[in-house]
Design a protein around this ligand. Structure first.
Ligand code: Z5A
Length: 206
């Protein structure tokens, strides 16, 4: 039986990484095989260039950097399929939806063009879209250090997530509560998805 492919998405600092790690810890404590994965993975070949770009050490044309983010996912595509097919569930911190939502928030970038490089990547069984408020997250540690951490840009990104939302496998998560409250709200949804994934084929984007 295959594992489930679960993605957490949302604006900056909304708590995705915190929750991914807490859910992986929780699942492992109940004996479920699972792993944490995050995009961009800055340790990969493409990830090193992306890291320099996000830290504003290099400049790249918008389309080129968009394709690098996508290539970063394709670097891990064989590993994603292999782990899932061997029964390990993946809890993934950002994915193709961030790729499309962030690039298409830039001037002159078309959302449909942004989706093209993602075609054929595995489609998650569940996308948890973290709903927060920019006035809340902008008070959190680390806000403003990287390229996209500006209020107006983040609002546009959130609008783009709404355009990508597919109710058949997306769920909105209230991420304004405490860290513990958000984890407790996520647990039943994650367990239900793990169960359903066992008998479902892994589909592709889009
Ligand atoms: N990007 C892109 O353009 N194209 C792509 O294809 C992809 C990404 C995949 C870097 O992503 C940038 O790349 C990102 C999107 C773009 N730009 N922005 N903005 P990243 O995932 O590496 O980094 P990030 O977006 O900045 O995410 P993050 O730092 O991982 O934030 P987070 O995961 O949402 O939050 P967190 O680390 O769990 O929490 C942040 C802080 O808040 C921390 O101090 C926590 O302790 C605290 N926290 C968390 N939850 C709570 C609650 N509930 N209450 C209070 N405090 C909390």
């Amino acid at each position: 039986m295959r594992g489930a492919f679960i993605v957490f998405e949302g604006g900056d600092r909304c708590g995705k990484t915190t929750q991914c790690k807490r859910i992986v810890e929780y699942l492992k404590s109940t004996g479920i095989a699972c792993e944490y994965m995050n995009f961009p993975d800055r340790s990969l070949t493409t990830g090193k260039i992306i890291n320099d770009y996000l830290l504003k050490k290099t400049e790249l044309p918008d389309r080129a950097v968009h394709l690098l983010f996508s290539a970063n996912r394709w670097e891990l595509e064989p590993k994603i399929r292999s782990l899932i097919n061997r029964g390990t569930s993946l809890i993934v911190d950002r994915y193709s939806y961030s790729g499309v939502a962030f690039t298409s928030a830039k001037e002159g970038m078309d959302l449909e063009w942004c989706k093209l490089a993602e075609i054929g990547l595995p489609r998650p069984d569940l996308v948890c879209l973290f709903k927060s408020r920019v006035d809340v997250v902008s008070q959190r540690n680390g806000w403003g250090e990287e390229r996209y951490e500006k209020t107006d840009f983040q609002k546009k990104v959130c609008e783009n997530f709404q355009l990508l939302k597919d109710p058949s496998y997306w769920q909105e998560i209230d991420a304004v509560g405490s860290i513990e409250e958000v984890t407790e709200n996520l647990k039943p949804l994650i367990l239900e998805t793990l169960e359903k994934a066992k008998s479902r084929k892994l589909e592709n984007l889009w």
